[in-house]
Design a protein. Structure first.
Length: 575
């Protein structure tokens, strides 16, 4: 029987009760042939069949002529339920039909029993997933509607497919949590699944552990004094420096051997100072106490070399209680007590000031770049650091017991802050100081340093560049004590360098870590079998890994305990 009052609409051709055939779009003999789709609405209930592709909305019987394919969706009216498809489709889900031939589809609707309501789930979004009900009855896609007694309680659970995420509920439920309701009337619940976004790029993208490269070795014969073999260092051009210092009751001084990372000899230099080398992007700069100033009171000497290992000479001045730190952009920060008004070869005039100053770096004759700038704090200088932006932090003792303070200076020496609180309630050990290591992008990580037969380090706080802004040291730094982070891999990562230790496995591990603390791999650098007393592992500015050999592996003179100094190195391993 043909119903009256039906509604029907199609794009290409339509009919209700009779068939109309539309010509293929474009006309002519070269197009696809259109086929007729006939939709019947049957049963003692009522509902609507729709298709977005055909702009179809049919409540009785409709005809459409088209090419390609279409999807039909059945929706029951209130008091009715959709029982399923017959003909070209089956089941109770959406009907996808190909129009490569004439097709006939029937949608059957039935009336709900008295006192019953219909609960329907509609899947939305670009993703996919499964929705089930408790009590059972809905398992969508597949069975997306259920008839339940009016007033029944029901809950729905959404499970996205592997390539999708559950976004949330709509209509009968809301939010992204659970979905529970009482079905007092016909109810539709939308379930939004979206396509899972691609994973973010790995924080280790482009960052690798140290490269597997051939090892080289540099060594120096038994020295005329009891030398202390210091950690190796080097500049960005590949010139490496291997320093040794000595100090006894009669004399003190240092030697530096220069080589290229390719193994070429660049020179060996001696100087009369207690050596503190500072790694530079070009050449080398050192500072220390010159022996010939001792008759006139405390003093300091700054020396520099170029990338070929050629010395630029030294400058001396009156100073006391100095702390130094390398500027990674080139330069040497010194902080403490200065008297620059008197000549270095005459007694000081007593006009010491509590200040900081920046010397030029390697690759240029030593000269003051800025300063001395007076410190806002009157306390003793306990540490210093220069960040990747060239800003300097000086760490001092505060006025109150357990107080540690700091002050920032800009690249030109301008004071960026006054004295600000760095730590409170701090309890030092027998030999405690602070070091500040550069962070990628600027700022510094402040470390507590203690010495008891070996050096121990523990990260405390990080300080924003040029600001009195503190945050606790990140967990990944705290979890790596007794190491020093050095910016490596072209500024994209940190090389975590272990300090020397006594009686440990005779091997050292260099871990490469992304800026967020993700480990991007590590390489072990074995020294010998068993255990030994290791020395600090270091990385030159060109990424060369340098490992000092334990004293147990050096040549000894049994008459006076003099020994040689040796280093192994792997050129550009973390460049």
């Amino acid at each position: 029987m043909r119903a009256t009052g039906w509604a029907c609409a199609v794009v290409v051709g339509f009919g209700c009760g009779e068939s109309h055939t539309a010509q293929p779009s474009g006309g002519g003999s070269g197009g696809q042939t259109a086929h007729t789709l006939t939709v019947h609405v049957a049963g003692n209930g009522s509902g609507q069949v729709s298709s977005s592709q055909l702009s179809l909305a049919c409540k009785s019987e409709c005809h459409a002529s088209a090419t390609g394919s279409a999807t039909l969706v059945a929706a029951a009216d209130a008091g009715s339920k959709f029982d399923g498809w017959q003909g070209a489709c089956s089941g109770s889900g959406d009907c996808s039909v190909s129009l490569d031939a004439d097709r006939d589809v029937t949608a059957t609707f039935s009336k709900l029993p008295p006192g019953s309501v219909r609960v329907t789930v509609q899947l939305t979004g670009k993703g996919s997933g499964r929705v089930t009900s408790n009590p059972s009855g809905i398992d969508c896609p597949g069975t997306c509607s259920a008839t339940v007694s009016q007033g029944s309680s029901m809950s729905l659970a959404a499970q996205p497919d592997g390539n999708s995420v559950f976004v949330g509920w709509g209509a009968g439920c809301s939010g992204s949590g659970g979905c529970s309701f009482t079905a007092n009337g016909d109810l539709t619940v939308w379930v939004n699944f979206d396509v899972k976004p691609p994973p973010p790029p790995s924080t280790c993208a482009g960052i690798s552990p140290p490269d597997a490269l051939g090892m080289r070795q540099e060594g120096y014969a038994i020295e005329p004094y009891n030398f202390n073999c210091l950690p190796g260092l080097g500049d960005a051009s590949g010139t490496l420096a291997f320093p040794r210092s000595y100090q006894d009751a009669n004399a003190h001084g240092s030697n530096i051997g220069f080589v290229t990372s390719r193994g070429g000899y660049a020179g060996n230099y001696s100087q009369s100072e207690s050596l503190h080398p500072a790694q530079q992007p070009s050449g080398l700069v050192t500072w220390g106490d010159p022996g010939h100033l001792y008759p006139y009171g405390p003093g300091a000497m700054v020396s520099s070399w170029d990338s070929a290992g050629r010395t630029y000479g030294s400058t001396t001045f009156h100073a006391d209680k100095l702390v130094g730190a390398a500027d990674p952009t080139g330069g040497l920060l010194l902080a403490g007590e200065f008297d620059l008004t008197s000549s270095g070869d005459s007694p000081p005039d007593g006009k010491f000031i509590h200040a900081a100053l920046m010397y030029s770096g390697g690759g240029a004759p030593p000269s003051v770049r800025w300063g001395p700038q007076p410190l806002a704090a009157s306390g003793t200088v306990f540490g210093a650091g220069v960040d990747a932006l060239g800003r300097s932090l000086v760490i001092t003792g505060g006025q109150l017991a357990g107080s540690v303070t700091a002050q920032w200076f800009d690249r030109d020496g301008t004071a960026l802050t006054g004295e600000f609180e760095l730590l409170t309630g701090f309890v030092p050990g027998a030999s405690t100081w602070f070091e500040a290591t550069p962070l990628i992008g600027g700022g510094l990580a402040v470390w507590r340093m203690d010495f008891s037969s070996t050096t121990h380090a523990q990260a405390l706080v990080t300080v924003a560049s040029g600001k009195p802004s503190l945050t606790p040291a990140p967990a990944w730094l705290v979890a790596r004590p007794d190491t020093r982070p050095q910016i490596a891999r072209g500024g994209r990562a940190y090389a975590m360098l272990p300090f020397g230790a006594n009686g440990v496995t005779c091997s050292q591990r260099l871990e490469v870590v992304a800026p967020d603390g993700t480990s991007c791999g590590a390489t072990d650098y074995p020294i010998a079998a068993g255990t030994c007393d290791t020395r600090d592992l270091t990385v030159a500015a060109d990424g060369t890994v340098i490992q000092g050999l334990p004293l147990s592996m050096e040549a000894w003179n049994p008459l006076d305990s003099r020994h040689s100094c040796s280093w192994r190195y792997w050129p550009g391993a973390v460049k």
